[in-house]
Design a protein. Structure first.
Length: 202
């Protein structure tokens, strides 16, 4: 019952967090080993660190703090008994900043969501952050970075023009060769063949 009450509280906090601050954008980390905290205050639990040049997706802001999506190399935690065969078992599951119920929830997973487990500590599993997980970073340690312009749609090259139809070539008829006169023997008059197939000349 206590866990269910905490889960409902996280949902309310998440809804309030979405209403606070500006639209989602990008921020660049300006310092080395900058803490990402579970809540927007300096004494809040540290969930991990980021370094100079890291680009984070901002989800909102509160006072001097920027809410950002948890980067993929940060480890977050869930109770092992609520995960089976790599998926969430209960209807809702808190994702926490540390291995213990005293750590604040920084995200929520739904029944059936896949869980990427990295290691086990006692009854807790360190997992890759789900898309809902958010952390907080000091505004003084980041600067806004313009989002890249949307990729322009590639225009397909124009289709080649259709090939012209083949042209029929009319050829003039070739006249038959002229008849060849029979050979003349000695310029005399040709006479019919004799009985032995020879031409007689007279």
């Amino acid at each position: 019952m206590a866990e269910a009450g905490r889960m409902r509280g996280v949902w309310l906090l998440a809804a309030l967090g979405l209403a606070i601050g500006s639209e989602a954008g990008l921020v660049e980390v300006l310092g080395d080993r900058v803490n990402l905290r579970a809540r927007p205050r300096a004494e809040a639990e540290v969930a991990g660190q980021v370094h100079t040049g890291t680009i984070l997706e901002s989800r909102g802001e509160e006072g001097d703090w920027i809410q950002v999506a948890a980067p993929p190399d940060i480890g977050l935690w869930v109770i092992e008994s609520y995960v089976k065969d790599g998926r969430v078992v209960p209807r809702r599951l808190n994702v926490r900043a540390g291995a213990g119920i005293n750590y604040p929830a920084v995200g929520m997973m739904n029944q059936g969501d896949p869980v990427t487990v990295r290691k086990k500590v006692g009854e807790w599993l360190e997992i890759a952050p789900p898309p809902t997980a958010t952390l907080w970073i000091s505004r003084t340690l980041v600067r806004e970075r313009p989002a890249p312009p949307p990729a322009a749609a590639k225009t397909p090259p124009p289709a080649p023009p259709p090939a012209p139809p083949p042209v029929a070539v009319r050829r003039a008829p070739v006249p038959p060769p002229p008849p060849v006169p029979p050979p003349s023997l000695g310029g005399g008059e040709l006479v019919p063949l004799d009985g032995q197939g020879e031409i007689l000349e007279r």
